[in-house]
Design a protein around this ligand. Sequence first.
Ligand code: GLP
Length: 242
Amino acid sequence: MDLKVVEHYDEMSEVAANLVAGTIKDKKDAVLGLATGSTPEGMYARMVEMYRRKLIDFSTVTTFNLDEYIGLEPDHPQSYHYYMNRNLFDHVNIDPENISIPYSGSDKGLEETCRKFDERIEQAGGIDLQVLGIGVNGHIGFNEPARHLKAGTHLVELAEETIEANSRFFQSKDEVPRKAITMGMGSIMKAGKVLLMASGINKAEAVRDSLSGLVSTKTPASLLQLHRDIVIVIDREAASLL
Ligand code: GLP
């Protein structure tokens, strides 16, 4: 496990962007697993800047996003489709054919959608680098704390803490969707390399529980301790309980 504790959010974003850029430079047809949320925004901004300065090229890169709310259309400003377009895809030369974000308009008959999403990851040869943020309750993607975690892409009921935490992006808590579709722990753990980012004091407990040496489905990110190639980039506040 490679743990890098940096001073602040900007430095975290810089280190993370350089790692992603390095992956793309090493392997032109790299397959990236991408995350949303406020944590990777600074990293995406730097990746866009590197593209503008012709330091990286996305033309042969393939991406898979971790998750999406159910009930938000792709053009909804709080959907993860919209987030990805605004933060990255609209600004770089990625081929839209090479972008996959899980989507289901409803929570009915999702099995086929989930199966196809996992199949697509397999067909792409798996994920080379999976970028992750972490929820205040230790979730990754939308793999919420539970007795059992699922390996494949699946439907999930969001935890109360997640609805609460994500309500800051919506007008009110009532507007936060209650369900989501998320990549499972299998595709995440099978990624060649994992990059976990966390910033701020509100992530300190989740970070502590994830890196404690214990592995528990109550803290989904703790499974990452079993990954053979994980880089953790966190700022001082997020690291304050370690
Ligand atoms: C969201 C996303 C996660 C993200 C996490 C933290 O619910 N599903 O992929 O890592 O919560 O979000 P933030 O970075 O905004 O704190």
